[in-house]
Design a protein around this ligand. Structure first.
Ligand SMILES: [Zn+2]
Length: 312
């Protein structure tokens, strides 16, 4: 375990926010401590597992390393909804940049990059720290994926037109230094698109310690629009857009799953409720509600579009 200073303002004045078990992998003995920096408001795990210890918390069955799209057990309608979500992510990139070289950081098995293949004007590259996930991305999805961290990859300066990170920044040990590296490898007119959980969401307030955005012990930082803006400004990025319009429904259901579990609701009731709510029809019916719910940056996930601000 390691104890650290605030990644944003270097203060070591913190207040305790949560002590949480690993709800996703149901490991009650793993307790994580989230604190809030009294100076700048950044929420982080402190103390936290170091990089070696962290590998224990990413077993092969970790959701991001399983390929939902290739799984024959996944119902057709759910696959359709999943593909729609992937296409929506790609559209955000293409709205700001028409073509070029794209890097997806923490690409896992390459689901996003594989979805981008229908746009041949993009050259696609991934980087993934998990060896098995990187191999699946290469072999099953025929993608160009570098195994290791972003820093290990050592890409040339001003190499990429677009960099994406889907639900990754909150997992990194040093988001500030990773953003510096992204700034270096992006072209001057390049675009950074990423998504993180939103601590300022209605979900975070409603579910409290069971909120899926905390995902202890894997999430090392939990951002809100204000701390995210400060972190990007500190690393010379300018925000073009912040929105909460993708991924709200599945994230809400994951939080609900944890909440029902924490409340000791019998398994048969939990399963029935979640099975009904997981049906794609429910997703369609509830989409206007979730659209409204995401207004005012109060949805469970924030998607950010940022560009480089030149360093003086
Ligand atoms: Zn701070």
């Amino acid at each position: 375990m390691q104890t650290l200073m605030c990644n944003l303002c270097h203060s070591n004045d913190f207040e305790l926010l949560y002590k949480l078990p690993d709800l996703l992998l149901q490991r009650e003995q793993v307790i994580s401590t989230f604190v809030r920096c009294k100076q700048c408001g950044l929420v982080l795990q402190n103390p936290r597992p170091n990089i070696e210890e962290m590998s224990f918390h990413y077993p092969p069955e970790y959701d991001s390393y399983t390929t939902a799209l290739n799984n024959n057990q996944t119902p057709w309608l759910l696959q359709k909804a999943y593909r729609y979500g992937i296409e929506k992510r790609g559209r955000i990139v293409r709205n700001h940049k028409k073509s070029g070289r794209l890097l997806d950081i923490g690409c896992a098995t390459g689901v996003f990059l594989a979805g981008m293949k229908v746009h041949p004007e993009w050259e696609l590259i991934g980087v993934e720290i998990n060896k098995q996930a990187a191999e699946i991305a290469r072999e099953q999805n025929q993608l160009n994926v570098v195994h290791g961290t972003l820093e290990d990859a050592g890409f040339p300066s001003e190499f990429f037109d677009a960099v994406t990170m889907w639900d990754v920044l909150e997992h990194l040990h040093d988001p500030s230094s990773s953003l510096k590296e992204i700034h270096r490898i992006l072209k001057p007119d390049g675009v950074l698109v990423f998504r993180v959980p939103n601590l300022n969401s209605w979900d975070a307030k409603l579910f409290g310690a069971a909120w899926a955005g905390l995902d202890a012990p894997r999430h090392l930082y939990v951002f809100d629009p204000q701390t995210l803006s400060s972190l990007l400004a500190k690393n010379n990025f300018e925000i073009h857009k912040m929105g909460c319009n993708i991924g709200s429904y599945p994230t809400f259901l994951l939080s609900l799953r944890f909440w029902l579990l924490a409340k000791g609701i019998p398994e048969s009731i939990r399963m029935t409720v979640l099975k009904i709510l997981h049906h794609p029809i429910m997703r369609v019916i509830s989409s206007p509600l979730f659209f409204v719910y995401g207004l005012g940056l109060r949805g469970p996930l924030i998607t950010v579009v940022a560009t480089k601000r030149e360093v003086d």
